[in-house]
Ligand binder design. Structure first.
Ligand code: MRU
Length: 337
């Protein structure tokens, strides 16, 4: 396998390694992900996360298994297990299906490696293109708000929503970013703030409960978020809390953009109603990172994602182009297929 040195993964050396995102921002610890069964655990614990990145990382892990001489049944088992590791981000199933198609047509280990590398490289290129397309919409001095983490820690490249922010900053637009903490697993506070700091992009952390205050005070000019699955009609599944931001944006006349590579679009899904939403454990809501503040037996609800209806989306930004909200209901997304 060729050498890959990303922000969140390293491949092509003796080990396939992932940056353990559960340890950020305090510690930069690299995990061995050479064994796909270990990779299933890393995905489920969110050591590796973000829709595009879990597809890329799972593909590279299967490719490294093939390189080490695994037989067909072992490779099929790994693809099946990884495909089911998390249900909402369609990128994972999409990547595993691409590798399965290689196996089904009798492909060799070298063919699998080439396909996994292509999945990686395509995501890097998609991030660049989305970054340019999105940055072209941003006006000088704007204040942007983002939710969760859709950056280099969630993709193979510069990120989707954060790629737009990255490129807007690089154009010298003088932007400032409001970073939603993102309860319950704090991807905004821990990961997005870590990335923006490394990039030198001015930002301020807020908890989601403060969003209404920001919008009402006119302090948010544009919302950019990522996506885990986009249905044919333009409904967007993303980290829970995104829908609330979209409602606020609409109420205050602020543009709301979902930014995602084409691998996140699921044309087989007619609407958000058919997107499976991952339900996670109650302990993630009762506390975080080893500290519990609710009663040990407090009943808790923990859907990891929500669905923003297409009607609230100003535009979807993919590497294939920008689809305006009004075009979504008229099948505008499928026209890019
Ligand atoms: O549960 P996570 O951290 O994997 O959720 C990630 C998100 O919701 C991101 O916004 C999405 O995957 C897009 S990443 C480019």
């Amino acid at each position: 396998m060729k050498r890959i040195e990303g922000v969140a993964l390293r491949a092509g050396g003796a080990r396939f390694e992932l940056l353990d995102q559960t340890r950020l921002p305090e510690a930069e610890v690299w995990l061995d992900a050479t064994d796909p069964e270990a990779m299933v655990g890393h995905i489920q614990r969110l050591s590796v996360r973000g829709a595009p990145l879990i597809g890329v990382a799972a593909a590279l892990s299967v490719a490294s298994l093939a390189e080490r001489g695994a037989d067909g049944p072992a490779l099929h088992r790994a693809l099946r297990r990884l495909r089911e590791a998390r249900p909402t981000a369609v990128n994972l199933a999409w990547a595993m299906d691409r590798l399965r198609a290689v196996l089904d047509r009798g492909g060799s280990a070298a063919d699998l490696v080439r396909e996994a590398e292509a999945i990686h490289d395509e995501d890097v290129a998609a991030c660049e293109r989305m970054g340019e397309l999105g940055a072209a919409l941003v006006r000088p001095g704007e204040q942007l708000l983002t939710h969760c983490n859709a950056g280099a820690l969630a993709t193979a490249g510069i990120g989707s929503a954060l790629g737009v922010i990255h490129r807007a900053h690089a154009r010298g637009l003088g932007i400032h970013v409001w970073v939603n903490e993102t309860r319950p697993l704090l991807q905004g506070a821990r990961l997005t703030a870590w990335e923006l700091r490394r990039l030198g992009i001015p930002h301020t952390l807020v908890t989601e409960g403060m969003d209404g205050t920001l919008f009402r005070a006119g302090k948010v000019n544009r919302v950019v978020v990522g996506a885990d699955r986009i249905a044919r009609n333009g409904d967007v599944a993303n980290k829970v809390g995104t829908y609330t931001v979209a409602v606020l944006a609409r109420a205050h006349g602020v543009p709301f953009h979902a930014v995602a590579p084409w691998s996140t679009v699921d044309l087989a899904c007619p609407s958000g109603e058919s997107i499976p939403i991952e339900q996670r454990g109650a302990e993630e809501v009762r506390g975080a990172r080893g500290v519990r503040w609710a009663a040990a037996d407090a009943s808790a609800f923990n859907p990891a994602f929500d669905v923003t209806p297409a009607a609230l989306v100003t535009s979807l930004i993919t590497e294939r182009g920008v689809v305006e909200g009004e075009q979504l209901a008229a099948g505008g997304l499928a026209r890019l297929a």
